[in-house]
Design a protein around this ligand. Structure first.
Ligand SMILES: Cc1ncc(COP(=O)(O)O)c(C=O)c1O
Length: 368
């Protein structure tokens, strides 16, 4: 089977170093918020190019805590994409704010920046663009809108560690960024983990308090907060893997180029990459009107694929209270019915890419 992702191959490729640091933590007796977390926060902040990085228990918590730290409150509206993993919108709803969905650009699958302005209301407090699949959003236009209307920008960078927009890395462009270190991400740990990045001291201080029960110092609780800390094992693993990140992204980009070159089937549209940005290819997604039959054909040939995402967020039952109807965000709905993600990870061989591409090409869209 050619797997969609392969976190185990990452471990195998770094086994001796990872084993050493994991055992080091085990023997240290310090398991939550210790020296590794502190060092990793500094190293990650330097890598992204921001003043502060604050580790959290997951990417979802990074989003929630970042929204609160940016001053988003109950009843505020946050504009985001309907075509994302559910955490993007449930983090907004869980802090009592209201997700407002804006349709996507069908070429990049990212929020269509041209459609944001007419959804801005007196209640809008923040914009939450998602750099989906590792491709940066149109941050210039989003930044201009935020300036004009006095809004905060939180980048959902869960899939975009190491992606770039102009000279900047994603996570350093808006007022804050939220990262996930879920094992299948570009920078993945061995469990759950997340990070908030920001240049703003106040936002960073607030996030540091919110991740430890709203405590300014031990047992001194300024506000209601969370238990959401990065643990030492994850930080130790992430410190080792951070050194590999740019090289691994280059391998992802190479695999994407090979797919682009070798997939020739006419019914397939390959991912569009905006030349001004660096797509980090956490996920390589094609579109085809024959999606489900192509997925079955790949499976029959021992190739994994996945649908990211089969139901757009505005049509999920969890968000039915928001009142969106079918056909209200047509591009997101269309994408949900046509997208198919192919195997993508840094340890994918040239031969495997070729095999997947051949299999896509051998599918007969009329009789397959
Ligand atoms: C776009 C996006 N946002 C947020 C998250 C949430 O991250 P986590 O799973 O670490 O909570 C994910 C993770 O899958 C994601 O893909």
């Amino acid at each position: 089977m050619i797997p969609l992702v392969d976190p185990r191959a990452e471990y195998e490729s770094l086994k001796s170093e990872l084993d050493k640091v994991i055992l080091g933590v085990a023997g240290s007796g310090q398991y939550v918020l210790g020296a590794n977390v502190e060092a990793f926060e500094k190293e990650f902040a330097a890598y992204i190019g921001v003043e502060h990085a604050i580790g959290t228990g997951s990417g979802t918590d990074a989003l929630r805590i970042a929204l609160l730290s940016l001053g988003v409150k109950t009843g505020d509206e946050v504009i985001t994409s309907p075509f994302s993993f559910v955490a993007t919108a449930d983090s907004i709803a869980q802090i009592g704010a209201i997700p407002v969905f804006v349709d996507i650009d069908p070429e990049t699958f990212n929020i269509d920046a041209h459609k944001i302005e007419h959804k801005i209301s007196s209640k809008t407090k923040a914009l939450l663009p998602v750099h989906l699949f590792g491709q940066p959003c149109e941050m210039d236009m989003i930044g201009d809108l935020a300036d004009e209307y006095g809004l905060k920008v939180l980048e959902d960078c869960a899939q975009a560690a190491g992606a770039g927009f102009g000279a900047k890395k994603t996570g350093s462009i808006g007022h804050a960024g939220a990262f996930s270190f879920f094992p299948t991400k570009n920078l993945g740990c061995m469990g759950d983990g997340g990070m908030i990045t920001t240049n703003d001291d106040e936002t960073a201080n607030m996030a540091r308090m919110l991740r430890v029960h709203g405590a300014a110092s031990k047992y001194d609780h300024e506000m209601l907060g969370y238990n959401s800390r990065l643990d030492e094992v994850q930080a130790a693993v992430l410190r080792v893997k951070l050194k590999m990140l740019d090289g691994w992204i280059n391998l992802r980009i190479q695999a994407a180029k090979l797919y682009d070159e070798h997939i020739t089937a006419e019914h397939v549209t390959k991912p569009a990459v905006d030349n001004g940005s660096k797509h980090a290819f956490n996920i390589y997604t094609i579109t085809t009107g024959k999606r489900d039959r192509l997925a079955a054909h790949l499976k029959k040939n021992d190739i994994s694929s996945s649908v990211n995402y089969p139901t757009p967020l505005h049509l999920q039952k969890a968000f039915s209270y928001l009142g969106y109807e079918k056909n209200s965000l047509r591009e997101a709905e269309q994408a949900s019915s046509e997208v198919l993600s192919l195997p993508m990870h840094p340890h994918l061989s040239t031969q495997q890419v070729q095999t997947v591409a051949d299999c896509v090409n051998s599918f007969d869209p009329y009789n397959g």
